[in-house]
Design a protein around this ligand. Structure first.
Ligand code: NAG
Ligand code: NAG
Ligand code: NAG
Ligand code: NAG
Ligand code: NAG
Length: 326
C-alpha cells in the first residue's frame, strides 16, 4: 500500500465513521405507529397484535399506543370500543399478553390518554392523589411511554401539562417515551383543542417530548398533499419531531385519504425532509386495506412508503438499541 492509498483509506474510514451514525440514525429513527383502541373487534373477537411480530419481515411497526386511557379520582380506565373498564379488568388479559409479546420483539408500547385531564390539573394534593393512580397503572402494565392528547380547552393549563411531563420524566427516567397527539393545525398556529400553544410547550419542554403525533384528520389537516405538514415545518417544528397521523378507515374519522394518494404524499415528505419522523394510524383493528381480517397490511404499505424496513431478526434488537432515541 503506498502512502496515497493509505491516506485515502484512512480518509474514507474517517469519513464513513463520521457520517455512518448519522445515516443509520436517520434510517432507523422513523416511527411507524398504530393506535390500538380496542381489545375486541365488532364481533367481540380478540384483536391480536401478534401478526405484527410474526411471519412477515416487512411490517416494521415501531410503536403501539394503547388507547384510550381515562383517569379520575376513583381509578384508571381503558376505553375499548364502546366499553370503558378498569385497566386491570380481566377483559383486558389478552391485550396485556399481546403487549408483553410485541415488546419482546422491540416494539415500544405506550398508553394514550385522551380527554380533559381534569384529574391532573388543579392543586398539588389533587394532582398527587390522581397521578399516583396513573403511575401505578403505567408501572404495573410495563408501559414504555405515555401519549398525551388534551382535547378540552380550559381544563388543564400549560404549566399543569408541564408538571405532568416533568413528573413522568423524573419517575420513569430518560428513556420513557413522552409523546403528544395534538391536531395538526395546532402545530402551525391554527386551531387547537388543548387550549395552550404547542410552540411555547416545545420551547419549554421540547427536550422531554419525544415527538408529536399530529392528527391530520377531522378537518385539522390533510394527508392528500404535503401542504399541511409543510406549514408545520414553516411554523418552526422540526420534521424529526412531527409524525403524520391519519385515519386508517373512513369509519375512524373524517378526511380519510385513499392509500395510493397517502403514499405519494409520504414519499414526497421523505424526499423533502431527511429527518421526517414517520406515520401514525388511527386505528389498528380495522385498518385498510386488510380491515378486520388483516389490519397489519396498512403497516406494510406505510413501511414501504417511508422506507422503513425491519432488520434481520437476529440483529434487530441490537440495531434498535444502538440508535434508540427517546
Ligand atoms: C401468521 O401465521 C399464523 C399461523 O400460521 C396465521 O394464522 C396468521 O394469519 C399469519 N399472519 C400473517 C400476518 O401472515
Ligand atoms: C370515573 O370513571 C369511571 C369510568 O368511566 C366512572 O364509572 C366513574 O363514575 C367516574 N368517577 C368519577 C368520580 O368521576
Ligand atoms: C373480549 O372478549 C372476551 C371473550 O369473549 C371477553 O372475555 C372479554 O371480556 C372481552 N373484552 C372486552 C374488553 O370487551
Ligand atoms: C384541590 O382540588 C380539589 C379538586 O378540585 C378540591 O376538591 C380540593 O378542595 C382542593 N384542595 C385545596 C387545598 O384547595
Ligand atoms: C386554542 O383554542 C382556543 C379555542 O378552543 C382559543 O380560544 C385559544 O386562543 C387557542 N390557543 C392558542 C394558543 O392558539
Amino acid at each position: 500500500m503506498n502512502q496515497n492509498t493509505l491516506f485515502t483509506s484512512i480518509l474514507s474510514f474517517t469519513l464513513i465513521s463520521a457520517f455512518l451514525p448519522t445515516i443509520l440514525a436517520q434510517a432507523t429513527d422513523k416511527k411507524l405507529i398504530y393506535y390500538h383502541d380496542r381489545a375486541n373487534d365488532t364481533h367481540n373477537k380478540h384483536v391480536s397484535l401478534l401478526p405484527l411480530v410474526q411471519n412477515t419481515s416487512d411490517i416494521s411497526v415501531t410503536n403501539i399506543l394503547i388507547a384510550t386511557l381515562d383517569l379520575n379520582s376513583t381509578g384508571l380506565f381503558l376505553r375499548s370500543g364502546a366499553k370503558e373498564l378498569d385497566i386491570d379488568s380481566p377483559a383486558f388479559d389478552n391485550l396485556w399478553t399481546d403487549v408483553a409479546e410485541v415488546q419482546k420483539h422491540g416494539i415500544k408500547v405506550s398508553g394514550m390518554m385522551l380527554g380533559a385531564f381534569r384529574a391532573l390539573s388543579g392543586n398539588d394534593t389533587w394532582f398527587e392523589t390522581n397521578y399516583a393512580i396513573l403511575h401505578d397503572g403505567i408501572k404495573k402494565h410495563k408501559l414504555d411511554g405515555l401519549d398525551i392528547d388534551v382535547e378540552t380547552a380550559d381544563a388543564i393549563t400549560l404549566d399543569e401539562v408541564i408538571r405532568l411531563i416533568d413528573r413522568l420524566r423524573k419517575d420513569f427516567g430518560p428513556t420513557f417515551l413522552i409523546t403528544m397527539s395534538p391536531v395538526a393545525e395546532a402545530l402551525s398556529g391554527g386551531r387547537n383543542l388543548s387550549g395552550f400553544n404547542y410552540k411555547t410547550l416545545e420551547a419549554r419542554r421540547g427536550d422531554s417530548i419525544a415527538w408529536y403525533n399530529a392528527q391530520f384528520y377531522n378537518s385539522f389537516g390533510l394527508v392528500s398533499s404535503t401542504d399541511d405538514y409543510d406549514a408545520i415545518v414553516d411554523y418552526g417544528f422540526k420534521p424529526k419531531k412531527v409524525v403524520m397521523g391519519m385515519t386508517t378507515d373512513p369509519a375512524n374519522g373524517d378526511d380519510f385519504v385513499p392509500l395510493d394518494k397517502t403514499k405519494e404524499t409520504l414519499q414526497k415528505l421523505v424526499a423533502k425532509y431527511p429527518g421526517f419522523k414517520g406515520v401514525a394510524g388511527w386505528v389498528y383493528f380495522d385498518a385498510r386495506p386488510g380491515r378486520q381480517e388483516a389490519p397489519w397490511k396498512w403497516a406494510q404499505i406505510m413501511a414501504n412508503a417511508i422506507g422503513l424496513s425491519r432488520a434481520p431478526k437476529n440483529s434487530r434488537e441490537k440495531q434498535r438499541g444502538l440508535h434508540f432515541e427517546a
